[in-house]
Design a protein. Structure first.
Lengths: 222, 240
């Protein structure tokens, strides 16, 4: 982690002009000026101004891997809660099993957990998810942790640096859903360690050099 | 109409303020854990708490808008907020304030980002001392920003009024009760666009213009306090 200075910006704060830089994520343009649209951390690179949101709900994007909880089985589909403002639809064509009409409950029932991929998001934000992809399945054991979706990038780290450190020292299987749900499986001590670590990252998500700190901490515990 | 209450003494107001001076304002961000965003605000004797929930799917379904989110602001006065007990529950006055506040917020939030959703803003008046709608909307602006909801500006409100033929900023309780006019406004401080404007009492056109200018100036001062509270809260989090 570099020791660059991080600045908190609030909505409507002037960040720059469109003729100098491009307006990136978390910004909006008015009269050639770029303003922040959410509370977040300013992130300027060579040609773009971004604001990394500090808070906010999960906004699903096509291709995201998420962890969903089945809300309601219907005759040929399921409604799944993926922590977004809207429930997601999982159609029987999008599961790896052969499901007869009206027999959806046999495969997934209310409360079941699944790893899924966001298949489609349309203009009205109607969501479709799928189970037909690599490593996607129904979750049968393990632990589920929920964190704020805006902190998911911190858990993963730069190019997966943070998550691979946690995996290395705890020997647990971890799946981080983009919607802020994390699945952990492994022996009891390992899982406890992962949960503690994630709690620390959640609390100190804004401090500097967090990856090194976590690595040091996990080393000491061993 | 002349009242027997004297609102000026030696050129100063009852609470020793100058004519263009605000009451004391204190803003605390993120006071509630369950809510996505929250704010506690003290404005003179007003005590307001505001909680923001959402965006979440709008219920009942027929209220949904397929193109944008709807804003549900709810203004409520606690039974113990005024000297005599206020009968709890929604009444004519609180429904009106809920509506104007919802419309003011709708102008600044980027609602088209969340089609079919609703953003719920709950404003609870714990203690009232004139100017609660301004205090409520100011608190709502901070709570919305704290909730991480994308918006073009943080709305801010302030009132001006006329007492004993003088235009003054931010009426206190006696000034509101015995004064001649009250003009609460809300603006978007970046563009100076007016989001809410109501008037109670009589003002000439000249007086109105003067009061409006004064209220806008007051809004900008309050806006600075809002911004400071937000930046302080999140910078502190970063250092921890």
């Amino acid at each position: 982690m570099s020791e660059e200075k991080r600045e908190v910006v609030i909505p409507s704060q002037l960040l720059g002009k469109t003729k100098d830089k491009k307006a990136g994520k978390g910004t909006f343009v008015e009269n050639g000026n770029i303003y922040a649209e959410t509370i977040g951390v300013l992130n300027i690179n060579s040609n773009q101004i971004n604001v990394t949101a500090l808070k906010g709900i999960y906004d699903p994007v096509k291709g995201d891997f998420v962890i969903g909880i089945v809300d309601e089985p219907m005759s040929s589909s399921w409604l799944v809660d993926i922590n977004a403002p809207y429930p997601a639809l999982l159609h029987v064509n999008e599961v790896p099993w052969d499901v007869e009409f009206n027999e959806t409950e046999k495969y997934l029932n209310k409360g079941d957990c699944i790893m899924a991929k966001v298949l489609q998001v349309d203009l009205e934000k109607k969501l479709n998810i799928t189970l037909k992809d690599r490593n996607l399945y129904k979750i049968k054991n393990g632990h589920l942790i929920e964190i704020s979706p805006s902190k998911v990038p911190r858990i993963i780290g730069k190019k997966g640096s943070m998550i691979s450190i946690i995996k290395k020292y705890t020997k647990c299987r971890i799946f981080v859903g983009q919607n802020g749900r994390i699945w952990v499986d492994g022996d009891k001590e390992g899982v406890e360690k992962v949960i503690d670590t994630i709690k620390i990252i959640d609390k100190e998500s804004l401090s500097y050099g967090l990856t090194n700190k976590i690595e040091k901490m996990l080393k000491e515990v061993q | 109409m002349k009242s027997d209450v004297k609102l000026f003494e030696n050129g100063k107001r009852l609470d020793k303020r100058k004519i263009d001076e605000l009451r004391k304002i204190k803003i605390e961000v993120g006071v509630l854990h369950r809510a996505e965003g929250s704010c506690y605000l003290e404005w003179g004797g007003n005590k307001v708490i505001c909680a923001v929930y959402g965006p979440r799917e709008a219920i009942p379904r027929h209220t949904q808008n397929p193109l944008k989110a709807i804003i549900n602001a709810k203004y409520n006065m606690a039974a113990f907020s005024v000297e005599d007990r206020k009968r709890p529950g929604p009444d004519r006055r609180s429904r009106e304030i809920s509506k104007v506040i919802s419309e003011a917020i709708e102008k600044v939030v980027l609602t088209e980002k969340f089609p079919r959703a609703s953003i719920d803003v709950n404003i609870e008046i714990l203690e009232a001392e004139a100017g609660t709608r301004c205090a409520g909307l100011t608190a709502a602006g901070v709570a919305l920003a704290d909730a991480g909801i994308p918006m073009k500006d943080i709305p801010v409100a302030c009132a001006a009024g006329k007492i004993e033929d003088q235009i003054v900023l931010d009426l206190g309780k006696e000034e509101d009760n015995y004064g001649n006019a009250d003009l609460p406004i809300a603006i978007s401080p970046r563009t100076n666009e007016i989001l809410l404007l109501q008037m109670d009492g009589h003002l000439t056109v000249k007086e109105f213009d003067k009061a409006l200018d004064l209220a806008i100036k007051g809004c900008h001062d309050v806006s600075k306090i809002q911004q400071k509270a937000l930046i302080e809260k999140y910078s502190k989090k970063m250092e921890a």
